[in-house]
Design a protein around this ligand. Structure first.
Ligand code: WT7
Length: 645
């Protein structure tokens, strides 16, 4: 498969960019014409950011799985689509060719139908990183069901909230999942999530860890039993559901500045075109290469650059079940050598954590198959960038620093590997079609004068094909969150710099959202969870710089309970109980790194917590706290400073 829209020079990038801004409809229409459509669109783009309403390829009919699977069968049926590397290095791996993956997806699509799943139904998928996860995702897309993948690290409570919000009627899960030395009992978490649930009709359980599970009659069925029924009939195909380009493809929940995660909705046509376009251009994918994205499919990175982007391009996508540091910190390098990986796409937090093990784990590893390296999820510090460049890429692999979000569906700012210049710590240039602007706090666009570097809040003036369409069940929330801060612009929530060459450097979130190890967590969400703990009166959560995680979570807590067991009076047991509460309510990824007990929080006379002060103290900047004269009780600031951890 060739990619006629693959950009091959810096000049060609500039040309494509110009064209995309001058005439987005003909630009994206041309790219979209290289896909399989049942019916061509009537109009490439219609939009306004006031409602907001964005429609790409309106009137077009297609099924994304025909683009990810069927269209490759003629030339690539025996070509690996998914290579699966299990958690334990000595377990057999699995390779699914395009023919095999197509067959499994069709068969599981039958299973879904046999169990009553219909077009438009919401199917929650809660699984570990096994091929069945990708199969379940694609089978939903095949029949037009809307998948909502929930990362395997989220708690029962988090799942319950997401099931409720999406009004999901089906779940696909596993008995358990392996992650490094851990064995996570997924089905039992689902059982807890379903206590009191009234919408779920069926739970399909795939076998992985053989951990004991309770199967409820009339509700729970085994993946293997259901598949066997289809296989025994010799069925290997199912007609794909014809979808409108603007039909929803999936919901993916992500954190915002309020306590409740939002269900970001992506639609079929635009998402397909954009993830494919960016996959082919950012990574400069060449036919036959092996692409290894280390994210979990439970995050947007996995949706776009393990499943849909690579498969729609007929690529080989490597799916890894485990973690980078198990059984040792050389695991990624072993995988690269084992499969001759050409593209490695990972997160700065993983790089920093591997850096911490020194060069030992890299010894004896070849890594010469690597052609392109990528990073995503958070700003990459220069030290990590250079380590990645020197010790992994051996100074011969371009590094793409890809900035994007759950809401954007695909990479929006990134260099194109080996084609446009890289600059350590900078995501560099916008993708074609992206009108990025920086605005000041009054919403005025910051205009660059001469060679100066400018800074501001990062906004986008017009839509790209994979922009979110709504937040599930609450369109008004979508409007107020993204389109109301600044008139006629999409607001990213990030701050950024722009230099004389037009390169962007993302400086981080400007709202109450934390980025911990590349995972997005709302401070309000963590506070709500902490406040659930008996004895907690009030809490305030802020981020602080963390060597490996990028940001750590710092919680200030007013605690009035007692704990008879806490005999030493250190509060350590109470701290552990609070961590346990957060793990129960959200999941282990949201556990505070530091908990400081305080007698009060710095509040204004109107009762608003002054987070700016708490943030500074957590960052260790206790001297220059700025104006504290509006505080109700300035005394608490001194106490908090003294007790800083
Ligand atoms: C937030 C989005 C994109 C998939 C993974 C995260 C931060 C993401 C970068 C980058 C600096 C980055 C931003 C963004 N972010 N990529 N290359 N450089 N910051 O998706 O969970 O929706 O988080 O991650 O702050 O807003 P997400």
């Amino acid at each position: 498969m060739s990619y006629p829209y693959q950009i091959k020079s810096f000049e060609a990038y500039k040309e494509a960019y110009q064209k995309s801004i001058q005439d987005p409809e003909s630009f994206w229409g041309e790219i979209a014409s290289h896909f399989t459509w049942r019916k061509k669109w009537d109009k490439v783009l219609e939009w306004n950011f006031t409602e907001p309403r964005v429609e790409w390829f309106k009137g077009g009919k297609l099924n994304i799985t025909e683009n990810c699977l069927d269209r490759h069968l003629e030339t690539k049926s025996n070509h690996p689509a998914i290579i699966w590397e299990p958690n334990a290095p000595d377990e057999n791996n699995r390779v699914l060719t395009y023919r095999k993956l197509h067959e499994k997806v069709c068969q599981f699509a039958h299973v879904l139908k046999n169990n009553g799943v219909k077009k438009g139904d919401r199917v929650c998928i809660y699984m570990g990183m096994i091929p069945e996860l990708a199969i379940a995702v694609l089978a939903c897309a095949r029949i037009g069901a809307i998948h909502s993948v929930v990362f395997g690290g989220f708690s029962a409570q988090s799942i319950a909230d997401r099931l409720e919000d999406a009004q999901a009627t089906f779940i696909v899960t596993c008995d358990g999942a392996y992650r490094g030395a851990k064995d996570i009992p997924l089905k039992s978490v689902i059982d807890d999530a379903l206590i009191g649930n009234k919408t779920i009709k069926r739970v399909i359980v795939a076998t992985r860890t053989r951990t004991p599970v309770s199967m409820i009659k009339g509700r729970d069925v085994w993946w293997e039993d259901e598949m066997k029924q289809v296989e025994e009939k010799g069925v290997t195909f199912i007609e794909a559901e014809e979808m409108d380009a603007e039909d929803p493809l999936f919901i993916l929940y992500t954190s915002g500045s309020t306590g409740k995660p939002k269900g970001v909705v992506h639609s079929v046509g635009g998402y397909m075109v954009y993830t494919n376009y960016t996959f082919v251009n950012v990574f400069q994918y060449q036919t036959g290469q092996v692409h290894f994205c280390t994210a979990d499919i439970g995050w947007i990175t996995g949706h776009s650059y393990i499943v849909y982007g690579p498969l729609s391009a007929g690529a080989t996508s490597l799916l890894f079940e485990g973690v980078p540091t198990w059984p040792d910190a050389g695991r990624f390098w072993d995988i690269v050598d084992k499969y001759c990986v050409n593209i490695l796409y990972t997160a700065p937090t993983a790089i920093r954590s591997l850096m911490g093990f020194g060069l030992g784990p890299l010894q004896g590893k070849n890594l010469s198959s690597l052609k392109v390296l990528g990073t995503v999820g958070e700003p990459i510090n220069e030290e990590a960038w250079h380590w990645y460049d020197e010790h992994v890429g051996k100074r011969k692999c371009p590094i793409v620093d890809t900035w994007w979000q759950t809401e954007t569906g695909g990479c929006l700012i990134s260099n194109l590997a080996g084609i446009t210049p890289a600059k350590p710590g900078w995501a560099t240039l916008p993708m074609p079609g992206l009108e990025m602007v920086l605005v000041d706090e009054n919403g005025k666009e910051v205009i660059q004068q001469g060679d100066e570097t400018i800074s501001g809040n990062l906004c986008i003036k017009s839509p790209w094909p994979s922009i979110l369409r709504t937040t599930y069940g609450d369109h008004e929330r979508c409007r107020t969150n993204y389109f109301a801060t600044y008139e006629n612009m999409y607001f990213t929530g990030d701050g950024a710099l722009k230099d004389k060459d037009g390169f962007f450097r993302i400086t981080g979130r400007v709202d109450d959202v934390l980025n911990v190890s590349g995972h997005r967590i709302g401070t309000a969400e963590v506070e709500n969870a902490i406040n659930m703990h008996a004895g907690v009166v009030e809490s305030a959560v802020v981020g602080y710089p963390h060597d490996i995680k990028g940001q750590g979570i710092y919680a200030y807590i007013i605690y009035q309970g007692s704990h008879a067991q806490d005999t030493h009076g250190t509060g350590d047991l109470v701290r552990r109980d609070i961590l346990q509460t957060v793990t129960r309510i959200i999941g282990a990824i949201a556990k505070p790194d530091k908990i400081q007990f305080v007698s009060g929080l710095p509040k204004t006379r109107s009762g608003k917590i002054m987070r700016r002060i708490l943030r500074k103290i957590a960052e260790g900047e206790t001297e220059n706290l700025g104006d504290t004269s509006t505080l109700l009780d300035p005394g608490v600031v001194d106490e908090i400073k003294k007790g800083r951890l």
